[in-house]
Design a protein around this ligand. Sequence first.
Ligand code: DAT
Ligand code: MG
Length: 240
Amino acid sequence: MSSQICRSAARAVRSLLTASRSSNAVLAEGRAVTTAAAAAVALRGRAPFIASFYERAECGNASRGWISGALALPVAVYMLQEQEAHAAEMERTFIAIKPDGVQRGLIAEIVSRFERKGFKLVGIKVVVPSKDFAQKHYHDLKDRPFFSGLCDFLSSGPVVAMVWEGEGVIKYGRKLIGATDPQKSEPGTIRGDLAVVVGRNIIHGSDGPETAKDEIKLWFKPEELVSYISNAEKWIYGVN
Ligand code: DAT
Ligand code: MG
């Protein structure tokens, strides 16, 4: 276990040093500066939570503080590694509130169900898709009799396009949404509680990892998505 931590720490130190190099702030003549302040500079942007940890360690009186500057580096690199491993487990899914959901004033209600669950919003915008765009989005349904009407409807008004992130968010997002036909959706689901017919079922959610990837790419540019660590995460995720 301890050797694992050491390996993890070593890897994290390497990535820390790479970050330092690119930030051009904490390496002098190839010599790593390992003070807490330097680490904070290196980590800021990459891992804001850990950067603030370093800043606290540096700014507080080391003898009175909860961790000394000397101890802060290995502990924080270990935490960084943990966070990177955790980030790798995170999935993203595409969720859209369709024109009926927007017009019925259900944006906050729907956002809140995902947010309260513990998922993280990493992209959101209001768009009126063209019919051509709607056809791209629903391309897998092009042979269905309702395809044209469905695309007319999706492009009939504002849609709230979102990307949500979290462990298992693709599959669980579908559970929050409920069955396609609101008559068959369970009470407690978004469609079960808030919609009545299949043609006006207020929300879209990606149905699998490949679809999620394709739909996020169709609706969002990479720079429209934000990676960040939410303060709530340490309370939402954990292993005992
Ligand atoms: P979902 O939105 O649950 O992923 P889907 O991909 O099968 O369902 O269909 C996309 C949308 O097409 C759906 O949300 C509503 C509409 N739709 C599906 N089946 C329909 C039907 N039988 N009649 C009318 N519209 C339908
Ligand atoms: Mg679908």
